[in-house]
Design a protein. Structure first.
Length: 397
């Protein structure tokens, strides 16, 4: 029997999903698993968007243009105009979720053997896609003690083969929102060293103190080096629709990305029909969502503070919380919570932290928590986490 590819054998497993079989087994035993391992909000997808499916009367669900259907593209152009960015038609490609936009951006900006510098910890799919494409990730080290903000000496994180920097702002998985000074330093670095700046701005609206961060499209010094990854998944609770976009004024990058888009034919037709209805939402839509996520953040952070031995920093944005726990190994702890711990028929699932780090050996005592459930469930989850830690055999006293 022929062996599978080395690429597949070496590909990292998702820290978010790899332990799901243990959660399935727990449910089969009758345990109610509270899922904080994945960023799937329980906030209702807006009714006006769901109604688009009822209103859909075409008799054929057909292929569309590779760059996206006109009504949805116009909705995206209008969204970016409200942010102060006028885009040309060739500056935007609709993608199958933000994940495809990440893949297109990496593939269009870097060659095999090139390096990309990314704050560590990072969204795990950056690591997976980079490895798939033969790109080397250079970690920019950050720590919980500093709130996962950027180090002062960014030049030390750049090597001779570095072609790009990738910033997720607000950050998944840390919840850090980079300050104007930090972003100015990153922009200056990319301008001086002639690097692409790829910005994952999926969580743009979810900032809980202070103003929303500027898009990298707003920095003239970058010129056409700016590449934006975006998605509607979290913004409108549309994770299953798998719809996003790639934005750049770099004609070569976008021409390459269009070739990739043509190879996969077209983005999801029905998802674009649903997503185009975003233009009909109330002006205060994001204000309401922000207030709810702020309450959820505070519930999780205060719950973690009450657990002895836990170190965490209050997230400033997105809806994720990294925490250092008094444990020997995150994977083992998560499995313990699913296989061996429950109280009143309930347990909690978080994501082990090591899979979010590109630097080997880091994050083994950390977990990522997605505060995507209601505050009552989150408060219960933090109590379960604390009680599980008390009886976990690998707890560090």
């Amino acid at each position: 029997m022929p062996a599978p590819s080395r690429r597949g054998l070496d590909a990292p497993s998702s820290p978010i999903r790899k332990l799901v079989p243990y959660a399935d087994a727990a449910r089969a035993r009758g345990v109610n698993v509270l899922h904080l391992n994945i960023g799937q909000p329980d906030i209702e997808t807006p009714a006006v968007m769901r109604a688009a499916l009822t209103d859909y009367h075409d008799t054929v669900i057909a292929y569309g243009p590779s760059g996206g259907d006109a009504p949805f593209r116009e909705a995206l152009f209008a969204y970016y105009r409200r942010l102060g960015h006028a885009l040309s038609p060739s500056d935007l490609i609709v993608t199958t979720g933000g994940s495809e936009a990440v893949f297109f951006a990496l593939a269009a900006c870097l060659d095999p053997g090139d390096e990309i510098a990314i704050p560590d910890p990072m969204y795990a799919n950056y690591i997976g896609y980079a490895q798939l494409l033969g790109i080397v990730v250079r970690p920019i080290p950050t720590t919980v003690e500093s709130g996962y903000h950027l180090p002062q000496d960014l030049d030390a994180c750049i090597g001779p083969k570095t072609r790009a920097v990738l910033i997720c702002n607000p950050s998944n998985p840390t919840g850090a929102v980079y300050t104007d000074a930090e972003m100015a330093a990153v922009v200056d670095l990319c301008a001086r060293r002639d690097l692409f700046l790829i910005a994952d701005e999926v969580y743009r609206e979810f900032v809980y103190e202070g103003p929303l961060p500027k898009s990298v499209l707003a920095y003239p010094a970058l010129g056409d080096r700016a590449v934006v990854v975006d998605s509607l998944s979290k913004r409108y609770s549309l994770c299953g629709a798998r719809i996003g976009c790639l934005v750049s004024r770099h004609s070569g990058v976008m021409a390459s990305a269009m070739k990739f888009a043509q190879a996969r034919l077209s983005p999801p037709a029905l998802a674009q029909v649903v997503a185009a209805r975003a233009t009909e939402l109330a002006p205060d839509f994001f204000d309401v969502a922000r207030d709810e996520y702020r309450r959820r953040r505070d519930t999780v952070f205060e719950g973690l503070k009450a657990i002895p031995g836990v170190l965490a920093h209050r997230p400033e944005g997105a809806f994720y919380q990294m925490a250092r726990l008094p444990i020997d190994d995150g994977d083992t702890f998560v499995r313990f919570m699913l296989e061996s711990f429950s109280k009143d028929g309930r347990t909690v699932m978080v994501a082990p932290g090591a899979g979010f780090y590109a630097e080997p050996g880091r994050g083994t005592d950390e977990v990522r928590i997605a505060y995507v459930l209601n505050t009552d469930d989150l408060a219960l989850s933090m109590r379960l986490l604390g009680e599980g830690l008390e009886v976990y055999p690998g707890r560090r006293r």
